[in-house]
Design a protein around this ligand. Sequence first.
Ligand SMILES: [Zn+2]
Length: 338
Amino acid sequence: MRALLYSHDACLLHDNGAGHPERAERIPAAIAGVLGCGAEIERREAPVIDTESIYSVHDPAYVNSIEQACALGAQSLDADTAVVEASWEAALRSAGAGIAAVEALRAGEADFAFLAVRPPGHHALHSRAMGFCLFNNIAIAAEVLTASGESVAVLDWDVHHGNGTQEAFYAREDVLYVSLHQFPFYPGTGWVDEAGTGAGVGHTVNIPLPAGSGGDEIRLAVESIVEPVLREFAPGWLLVSAGYDGHAADPLAELQYEAGDFGWLGQRIVSQYPGRSILFLEGGYNTDAIEDSVQATLRGCGGEIFAPSSGSRSAGSTRMIQMAAESASRHWMGVQGG
Ligand SMILES: [Zn+2]
């Protein structure tokens, strides 16, 4: 396995304020995880994106407002998202990393790319920052791919629902959005009946999981829903919103994933798409958990076999996954409903 690691020191200078969980230390933890995976890793600097490329996902007036807010120095954008002057470059490089990874993989330069960048992106809406996110890095990369006729599956295993990514592609049939997330939980969206609209009906697949869910639930959800849907959609590319806040040690959420569960996801799903898989760091707020989980993810991408953790099954989780399967079965023949 050959993998590319994109990051940049500018990502360390973005600052949400003292004591904020989305902090610079997350980046060296993720980098250590990638470099520790035992495979051949090439490190590259995340380049600055040109602002025009951001307009495929975000309102130009919104992009301009973020630039202005950063230029003014420390500013709060909402209850939990803030910027400083250096956040502008960090945001441009976080989004630019995705485009650079697309180009590198298209040129056959690696099998996988991992983007150790911040700010993260999957909560960023068309014209609104939220949930520590400024620009939707993964949605911008997906737009680059679909602009040249590729189909894209976005797999979002961050513990939070990626409401921004769902919004960006809700009416689209060329981008499949599949999310596993704690529910009910921030940001409040992601129930099973949010399945897309218009041409995009069925192309949003939400798999909510109650607090306490872990490896047993991942296995059930992947085997009964994620794998059959991916097989049927047969994406040209797989982009992963790789959040690590579902880890049992994470301070912000209540799922019970272990590092090996991310290894299992890497092997079971991501390794199936060599040469066309890009992993975007989203959440994850315990640095030890980030390092261990990123390392396991990459080892899984390289084909190492992991067993999902067991014993986690929480009250009601089987029923919730069944409801997600029932919803998906209306659009995907390979999913068994009811
Ligand atoms: Zn998250």
